[in-house]
Design a protein around this ligand. Structure first.
Ligand code: SF4
Length: 59
């Protein structure tokens, strides 16, 4: 939770790579208010590496 709105921690977001075909927060949001950050576009390899890191740190 941010000061006024919920915020996504970019160091913990994989754009759902490793779990789903599409970012589930964007798919489920009824008012389309979860845009990609144009200043932080990441490759699939980067996102997949984060998924693996998060999975290993969770166990
Ligand atoms: S639902 Fe997926 S895309 Fe949305 S914040 Fe979580 S990991 Fe990122």
């Amino acid at each position: 939770m941010g000061d006024e709105i919920y915020q996504i921690d970019p160091d913990r977001c994989t754009e759902c790579i490793g779990h789903f075909e599409e970012p589930q927060c964007q798919v489920l949001c009824p008012v389309s208010c979860i845009p990609k950050d144009p200043d932080r576009l990441e490759s699939e390899a980067t996102l997949r590496a984060r998924f693996i890191r998060l999975q290993s740190s969770a166990s």
